[in-house]
Unconditional design. Structure first.
Lengths: 353, 301
């Protein structure tokens, strides 16, 4: 087996007629990594995955799997398997036959096939369901059967297209942990395509956020959440408050920005130019009631109860609504109450306006 | 509406198909069955017993006692019926096989064509229906006869030295039947292929199956209901086909439809012909019932 990244895209582009689905994407996904391609529908994430599986041929660029160039290889000759969003289980075959399908194509000996199928069935906990047909399974069981089938050939790379989209909420969370568990146990690189940021944040080691065929940002979930590199990423991942303004001064890695809500001080790695138009992004949980360095006045508009915390919407003097997330239990202001909200300069992320 | 109770309108709507079947299938069938149990006589109608309207119940019962199964026994004794029945099954069977081999690739090609082109191709597949069936069969005479288009073309191309004797043979009948029934086979196969989820083929390829392996392990098995439906839709009427063998076949092509026609119109032996019709029906109903049951079981699963 060759070394190298489990999967790499090098300047990959794909056009469908006039639309550019994938636009010069380069990513490397390491062996054993849990990677998520995240983006809104139509951002090109599914096309990128289908290029990896071999169902689409890129117009430009190179795709390698385990270091080997597979750009021109048809799907059935690629050392990669895919779990389809619809699961695509063969309806005329039992669960066991579905799982055995890929092994039989390899020409594996009967006894070995049986042993591997049993192992996979155990892995996804479908014991006793071997002889059932897909339409005799529940949604969650079908998902497991599809996973077992995709993993049966022991690929070094597994592609999962919206693996949890068809499950209901409770099951989705359970399944998330199971997928992570199985991934860790097998050491297979997982590439998950999803439009659900919570799912990506919960499961992935690294996330690539895609927009209009391009990669906006690649990084660990915490990095993407706390240090978004663009307004798009900041707004797509989680909830965020944005203040736009002009830089009035910048020194000692603190920028002072004049906004419609007043002057705001924000930490910055590199001092922005004076007079530059910027956006300041602050997560709701980084804002507090009370005084502080960046202090704004407002009135509580309403709040939503989220169990462990409340999400307040506060209308500022400028007329705009900001979101503030606070733990439940403290003496929280009621709707209509006059409040002061504050946030530390370190809570601010400066983005191009 | 109370549970288990249906409104009058709903009852009528549900009853309509049954009424239709009773009027146009069961009633004629009962008449044929009755005639098949009668005896041939030289009279008008050419069989007895005859049940006159208003004759009274006692008279009817007396007449009914004259029913016999002699016509059915006659069928078994008459080698012509057995022979023509076997010929019909063979010709219909061969024709159905050929039609499946032609129709399947056509249906597959239509399904795999671009969605914009598909309605046009389906339209072309059923286009022959816009012309009278009889005219199309006559056209085949012009094509297949010794001085016909086919032989002219083959001779001109130097592929044969002397004209092929196709017309008035079983081969001509098979060609005619395959041609006439082909759309009935294409449509159900197309239907079953069209309903297949495209991701199933991708899944097969993803799991290492070549195009050919994917076809044998996924596409073909999943289209089996369409293949069986198409085969039955063609085979059953083809067995009883009368016009095509009459026009394209030779004097030695004696299919069951021809034999019954002869008994009805030339020998005026209505009971025997009716017995033949009932026997043929019984022979063909078996497979249909089997297929329907199988479909039902599939649907329940």
């Amino acid at each position: 087996m060759s070394a190298g990244p489990a999967l790499s895209f090098e300047q990959v582009s794909k056009r469908f007629g006039a639309t550019v689905a994938v636009d010069g994407v380069s990513i490397e996904i390491g062996a054993g990594e849990f990677f998520a391609l995240l983006g809104p529908s139509g951002c090109g994430k599914t096309t990128l995955m289908r290029i990896a599986a071999g169902f689409e041929t890129p117009d430009e660029g190179r795709v390698t799997i385990g270091g080997a160039d597979v750009t021109a290889r048809p799907p059935h000759r690629r050392p990669v398997n895919m779990m389809f969003q619809s699961y695509a289980l063969f309806p005329h075959m039992s669960v066991a036959d579905n799982v055995a399908f890929g092994l039989r194509r390899e020409g594996m000996a009967r006894a070995d096939v049986a042993a591997r199928v049993a192992e996979m069935i155990r892995l996804v906990q479908l014991q006793g369901m071997e002889t059932r047909r897909p339409d005799q399974l529940s949604g969650g069981q079908r998902q497991r059967a599809a996973l077992a089938r995709a993993l049966a050939r022991r690929p070094r790379l597994l592609l999962l297209d919206e693996p949890l989209a068809a499950l209901d909420r409770k099951l989705r969370e359970e399944t998330q942990f199971e997928l992570m568990d199985i991934q860790k146990r097998l050491g297979t690189a997982f590439v998950v395509v999803t439009h659900d940021q919570d799912e990506a944040m919960a499961m992935a080691d690294r996330i690539a956020v895609m927009r209009a065929g391009r990669i906006e940002q690649v990084g660990a979930p915490a990095e993407i959440y706390e240090r978004p590199r663009s307004r798009f990423v900041a707004e797509f991942i989680g909830e965020i408050n944005l203040f736009e303004g002009r830089v009035t001064a910048a020194r000692d890695s603190v920028a002072h920005i004049d906004t419609a809500e007043g002057a705001i001080a924000a930490n910055c790695a590199r001092a922005p130019e004076q007079g530059a138009r910027l956006a300041i992004a602050v997560r709701p949980e980084r804002m507090q009631f009370g005084g502080g360095i960046n202090s704004l006045e407002g009135v509580v508009h309403d709040f939503a109860y989220r169990g462990d915390r409340r999400i307040f919407r506060v209308r500022l003097a400028s007329g705009r609504l900001v979101r503030l997330s606070a733990p439940v239990g403290r003496d929280a202001p009621a709707a209509g109450a006059q409040v002061n909200i504050a946030f530390d300069p370190s809570a601010c992320v400066l983005l191009d306006a | 509406m109370r549970k288990g109770r249906l409104s009058t309108g709903a009852r009528l709507a549900l009853g309509a198909p049954y009424l239709w079947i009773a009027l146009f299938f069961l009633a004629p069938l009962a008449l044929v069955l009755k005639i098949s149990l009668s005896m041939s006589v030289i009279a008008q109608p050419p069989y007895e017993p005859a049940f006159a309207f208003g004759a009274g119940l006692a008279e009817w019962v007396a007449q009914a006692q004259k029913f016999s199964t002699e016509s059915y026994r006659g069928l078994l004794d008459d080698p012509l019926y057995l022979q023509s029945c076997l010929t019909s099954l063979a010709i219909a069977g061969v024709s159905t096989l050929i039609a499946l081999l032609v129709a399947y690739p056509l249906a597959l090609a239509i399904v795999r064509s671009s969605p914009r082109l598909r309605p046009l191709l389906i339209g072309l597949a059923v286009a022959p229906f816009w012309t009278s069936f009889l005219i199309r069969v006559y056209a085949w005479i012009a094509i297949l006869k010794e001085e016909g288009l086919l032989n002219h073309a083959l001779l001109a191309l130097g592929l044969v030295d002397e004209p092929l004797a196709i017309f008035a043979t079983n081969t001509a009948v098979v060609i005619g039947i395959v041609y006439s029934y082909l759309p009935f086979v294409i449509l159900p196969i197309y239907n079953s292929l069209e309903r297949q989820d495209a991701s199933l083929r991708e899944a097969a390829a993803d799991l290492g199956a070549s195009e050919l392996q994917t076809f044998w392990t996924v596409t073909l098995p999943l289209s089996a209901p369409g293949v069986v439906a198409g085969a039955l839709l063609m085979f059953i009427p083809a067995v009883g086909e009368f016009v095509i063998p009459d026009l394209l076949g030779g004097s030695d092509t004696i299919m069951i439809g021809r034999t019954m026609w002869n008994d009805f119109f030339e020998n005026r032996d209505w009971p025997t012909a009716s017995a033949g019709a009932i026997a043929l029906l019984a022979l063909l109903v078996g497979p249909i019932v089997w297929f329907e049951r199988r479909q039902m079981r599939e649907a329940v699963r």
